[in-house]
Design a protein. Sequence first.
Length: 277
Amino acid sequence: MTNEKRYSLVDPASPAFGVASTAVMGAVTLVDPSRLDGQQRRVMRVVSAVVSGLYVGVTIGGKRLPLRALAGVVTGAATLRFADTSEAIDLRLENKLRQVGIQHPRRWMAAGTAAFIAAGFVGDRAAARRREFLAMLEDQSEQVRPLDSKVRKLVRGILSASEERGAQELRAQLDAAEEVYWDDEFTGTAYFKVPEGLPRAVPHNQVYPVRARFIGPDGASHQVLVQVLDGMIDHITAEVTNQEDADQVEGLLEGWPDAAEVVYVLDSTDGTSTTIG
């Protein structure tokens, strides 16, 4: 990814967009509409409509400006149209959280929104890297080979660190998986070929919530992500944990870490990660 793309706010796979969208959407959720007067509420509704429209326009509207503009305008108009309903649901959720003893429910709601947006960014980034990688290798023939034992142990460790939904199905797929490759150069991504007919994981499309973190030869923290598409284990990717540092250290890895060298972390509902074990 070029520096221009890294800092683009109109590219859903750029770190700049990921950080900005996560922060802004979380901040909007943090505001309690019930505490605003009439004028403040109208302003907040407009802000929410603009933010929602921009987010959908970038992430769903496609690459063409007219389609992005149309998606953004429709989303913004819908946000304004159903603002009363949205605020009623928002208030009901806040009250439910208070009833179960949660203090500062708005903070938890904002953290949940931020975690959801961040997860969407990770998925968009993984898909974009896959498209870039395949485009780069489109003139080279696809080959299949047995899965490297280091990769198999690493992925099995991720899928076994916590019994999340779909873990059992993904482990069964891993047992039968082979690696799809185009050349022998390490790229920080390994693609899998899984036989048809095996049980699929649910959710069908996800970045598995357990990550393997390790310190790379550059001294920076990296993580290995497992990407699931259509319920099947699709590929793993090694990337810098802090995406703000990606332009300085990305591409310096020379191989996969040993399973014994990693620490497994689980994504939490509040947007943080919890170390397992």
